[in-house]
Design a protein around this ligand. Structure first.
Ligand SMILES: NC(=O)C1=CN([C@@H]2O[C@H](COP(=O)(O)OP(=O)(O)OC[C@H]3O[C@@H](n4cnc5c(N)ncnc54)[C@H](O)[C@@H]3O)[C@@H](O)[C@H]2O)C=CC1
Ligand SMILES: O=C(O)C(=O)COP(=O)(O)O
Length: 394
């Protein structure tokens, strides 16, 4: 049996992916893997018993990736699972930035008496807005969310300009060729009535939008941050709002200072919070976790290489080790000493870490621990697992 520990609200549909015959959920003091959303894993200790952490969602800045990698803990996310939810919220926020719908509703609800319609017609002009049609929007980051935002806003008749110097081939294909791309962030900022950010929080992206970038924006522009706090320098934004340089800031990452400012609209980290996105993310995370725990195959990892080798032999050895020369030689020498014949093998690396998967014929279960211990004597080996093929193992 393996135990999955969860943090945050994880959709039942995702948990249902774990068959009760082989998994328990939140039952063990020493779980085998974690299934989380925004839980701050920098402040949540986890030990080497944790083989993997699956983040149902996109951002992984809540997970100490270097520590996890050094411990041999594979971290996954669920690319694109909540991108439509974020896109739809961005459309809503753009509309709210253009038309004072919320104050207008609050006003309308307070109206009373027999002449409500008279008061309505007399007062509604206080709530006149503007239209999105023909306005320009700069989309910073053209990944799963940004590419969808670019398409949706183009469909609304906005003039879209994108910026993503690191765009993946897959996302570049998804992006309409009609959407022009800026060479520099400055070029995007200078041309946009609205600027929306859809990039991960990394050291490099800390305060990507600061005082200098805000100065490059159009006077009266609207800024949206539905990526992460820390990507936008909130103090610089508040100064720019007070000075009238930008007109509104809409963010999913509130602070007391932001919430106290009338030109700021704060939403409570709602981007990925729809029923559909929660189910998508939980299912995808659970499936990815199961694949890794049961077969050792890796996809959608943010710290380990992808590996997809059909599990056909009775036994599979998986080894996480440092990416240094002659590892495969040293590993196979040990296996040869046990007279073990290799059916299939794959070795992949990603930066400092490497992953070797070896398929072979059945050996007695009693030998597992001895072989595992011997392989662990190689100093660069971090973790060894021996997986039984549930179909072929005798
Ligand atoms: N508010 C919410 O609830 C949600 C927030 N997010 C945030 O949005 C981020 C993006 O999500 P996805 O689009 O799904 O991720 P993604 O990985 O598909 O796309 C991110 C894109 O940003 C680009 N990028 C990175 N640094 C950049 C920079 N300095 N300038 C321009 N482009 C840059 C990358 O090349 C990539 O194409 C996540 O990392 C997460 O922090 C995502 C989902 C929900
Ligand atoms: O996917 C992301 O990066 C998000 O920010 C969504 O976070 P959540 O799963 O709603 O806590």
């Amino acid at each position: 049996m393996m135990d999955i520990k969860t943090y945050n609200v994880i959709a039942e549909e995702g948990l249902a992916e774990f068959p009760k015959k082989i998994y328990t959920i939140n039952q063990s003091q020493r779980p085998d893997a974690l299934l989380i959303r925004s839980q701050d894993m920098h402040k949540t200790p986890f030990g080497t018993n944790i083989l993997a952490i699956a983040r149902a969602g996109a951002g992984v800045n809540n997970i100490p990736l270097v520590t996890a990698t050094d411990m041999g803990t594979v971290v996954f996310n669920t690319p694109g699972s909540n991108a439509n939810a974020v896109k739809e919220l961005i459309v809503a926020m753009l509309l709210l930035a253009s038309r004072p719908v919320v104050p207008a509703i609050n006003w309308a609800h307070k109206l009373g008496g027999a002449d409500v319609s008279l008061q309505t017609e007399k007062g509604k002009d206080h709530f006149a807005g503007t239209e999105l049609l023909g306005k320009s929007i700069g989309v910073v980051g053209l990944g799963s969310v940004g590419s969808r935002v670019a398409k949706a806003t183009a469909d609304l008749g906005m003039k879209v300009i994108g910026y993503d110097p690191y765009i993946s081939v897959e996302h570049a294909w998804q992006l309409s060729s009609d959407i022009p791309r800026a060479e520099t962030l400055e070029e995007l900022l200078e041309q946009s009535d609205f600027v929306t950010i859809h990039i991960p929080y990394t050291d490099r992206n800390h305060n990507l939008i600061g005082a200098k970038q805000i100065e490059q924006m159009r006077d009266g522009a609207v800024l949206l941050n539905y990526s992460r706090g820390g990507i936008v320098d909130d103090a610089a934004v508040l100064r720019a709002l007070d000075a009238g340089k930008i007109s509104q800031f809409m963010t999913d990452f509130g602070t007391p200072a932001l919430a106290a400012n009338k030109k700021v609209i704060v939403t409570p980290h709602l981007g990925g919070t729809t029923e559909e996105a929660e189910v998508n993310g939980a299912r995808m995370a659970a499936q990815t976790l199961r694949r890794y725990l049961e077969t050792g195959n890796i996809n959608n990892s943010v710290n380990f290489p992808s590996v997809d080798m059909p599990f056909e032999a009775p036994l599979r050895l998986t080894l996480i080790h440092r990416n240094v020369p002659n590892m495969v030689g040293r590993i196979t020498t040990i296996l040869a000493n046990y007279n073990l014949n290799i059916d299939n093998m794959i070795n992949r690396s990603r930066e400092q870490i490497a992953y070797t998967v070896i398929d072979m014929a059945a050996i007695p279960t009693e030998q597992f621990e001895e072989i595992r211990t011997e392989l662990m004597t190689i100093p660069e080996v971090i973790r060894v697992r021996i997986l039984k093929n549930p179909i072929t193992f005798q």
